[in-house]
Write a new protein. Structure first.
Length: 95
């Protein structure tokens, strides 16, 4: 079974922000895609490293970096990503 990364990104968009629990949220790539790379490339592993952040917190994380962001807000974004990805894959019947 092949799963489209767009389905995961949509699932992330439907979740509340990992910090303030507000909606709407953006899929924030913890492994950044970078400028000049094709975001529509379905083979980018970076698409699976997303967490939901509202626009304010998305901008803040990029401004101060992940470690400082996690320390300031007392969150673990990689753990959140693992939880979201696990739930998504369970809902799809993959695991």
């Amino acid at each position: 079974m092949q799963i489209d990364y767009q389905d995961f990104l949509q699932y992330i968009r439907e979740q509340p922000c990992s910090v303030c629990f507000e909606k709407p949220s953006d899929p924030d790539h913890l492994n950044q895609i970078g400028m000049g790379r094709n975001r529509k490339n379905p083979n980018l592993i970076e698409h699976w490293s997303c967490v939901p952040l509202c626009r304010h917190h998305h901008i803040k994380r990029h401004a101060i970096g992940t470690k400082a962001f996690e320390k300031h807000y007392k969150v673990n974004l990689w753990k959140d990503n693992a939880d979201y990805l696990t739930t998504f894959l369970k809902n799809k019947g993959v695991i």
